[in-house]
Design a protein around this ligand. Structure first.
Ligand SMILES: C[S@@+](CC[C@H](N)C(=O)[O-])C[C@H]1O[C@@H](n2cnc3c(N)ncnc32)[C@H](O)[C@@H]1O
Length: 331
């Protein structure tokens, strides 16, 4: 490629990056861009395979809908996708309203038709544009990201709940707990950071400064199956959101704790997961030591260091927005 073409392409890419970071600074523009991306992501049937195959998740929803929906109920399904939660709710409810902003709603309609289910009304709108003539008894939703609050669950539920849910109506699941747990990885999965490497007599310690320049990309890793050796402290939620009352401003910008280690081990990083609770009995979790689900496990790497049982482990995670994991910085 000649130098002029390279220069023009570089200029165009830099302009795109600048436009992207300008957009990211404006909350309204950011939410608009998020909506476009989300619609595109869930338009494809491929995105739904893995969710339909996740029986841990769907068995919990089925048990909760069976236990909590009564025959006269009106239920709203926020983000119906292939319609799976709406179909399960329709078995128990009088009427279900299934909202979906992506074109996948046509697939949900076809599935309902093929199963002879007639008490679901489909609405191809964003939840913020959805209105209902009669108040709803329950909202069912699954807008949980691998990094927990990253699919706009809290603003979307708060908006819909305040406009369409009866006083005392149910949000299913109603309680979302987020965990950020210090862990040791299995030894064969632990690799020293680039700057600790010695390769054929060469010293790479000069790379340390470069990791500082990539405060998110270098330190964040997403695992399909986290190679967990052990938790180093007793798991405890760092954020617990009650969706019956939550406001978007309830999501904290800082998560900090000091906890005693429960075992000797290597502190390799902090893993992020959730538990979604329908009531005291029914819940599901993306915890890495629980049966596998369709969620991945974000891993917040730190420079590995040995810890002794009883030693204090500290986490200090700051987030410009907890709902945007790219803004997270941690020590
Ligand atoms: C994680 S998927 C879950 C799909 C389905 N409920 C399930 O459990 O398999 C979330 C779905 O919600 C849709 N969605 C996300 N935000 C929405 C909103 N604010 N209004 C309408 N649909 C939304 C997405 O397009 C996607 O299909």
């Amino acid at each position: 490629m000649n130098a002029l073409v390279t220069q023009l392409l570089e200029g165009a890419l830099n302009a795109t990056d600048r436009a992207r970071s300008k957009l990211a600074e404006n909350p309204r523009a950011r939410s608009f861009v998020y909506q476009i991306r989300n619609r595109k992501q869930f338009a494809s049937l491929r995105a739904h395979d893995i969710m339909l195959a996740d029986r841990v998740r769907l068995d919990a929803y089925e048990a909760a809908l069976r236990a909590r929906i009564r025959p006269g109920d009106v239920v709203v399904d926020l983000g119906t996708g292939t319609g799976v939660l709406a179909l399960m709710a329709a078995r128990h409810a009088r009427q279900v309203h299934a909202i979906e902003h992506a074109p996948i709603i046509e697939a949900a309609k076809a599935v309902a038709r093929a199963n002879g289910v007639t008490n679901i009304e489909f609405h191809n709108v964003h939840s913020k544009a959805f209105t209902l003539p009669e108040p709803a008894d329950a909202i069912v939703h699954e807008q949980i990201g691998s990094a927990v609050f990253t699919e706009m669950m809290v603003p979307n539920i708060a908006d819909l709940r305040d406009r369409v849910l009866k006083p005392g109506g149910q949000v299913l699941p109603g309680r979302i707990e987020m965990f950020v747990e210090p862990v040791e990885l299995r030894a064969e999965h632990r690799s020293p950071p680039a700057w600790q490497q010695r390769v054929h007599g060469f010293d790479f310690s000069a790379l340390r400064a470069f990791a500082e320049q990539q405060p998110f990309d270098y330190w964040y890793k997403l695992y399909g199956d986290l190679p967990l050796e052990r938790y180093l402290t007793r798991p405890e939620p760092v954020v617990a959101i009650d969706l019956a009352t939550a406001r978007p401003s309830d999501l904290p910008n800082r998560i900090a704790y000091e906890r005693p280690a429960i075992a000797d081990g290597s502190l390799d990083g902090f893993c992020v997961y959730f538990t979604a609770r329908f009531d005291d009995e029914i819940s599901f979790t993306s915890a890495p030591d629980a049966p596998p689900t369709s969620w991945q496990t974000p891993f917040l790497r730190v420079e590995s260091r040995p810890v002794r049982a009883g030693e204090i482990i500290r986490l200090d995670l700051r987030a410009r927005e907890l709902a945007n994991h790219r803004t997270w910085r941690w020590r």
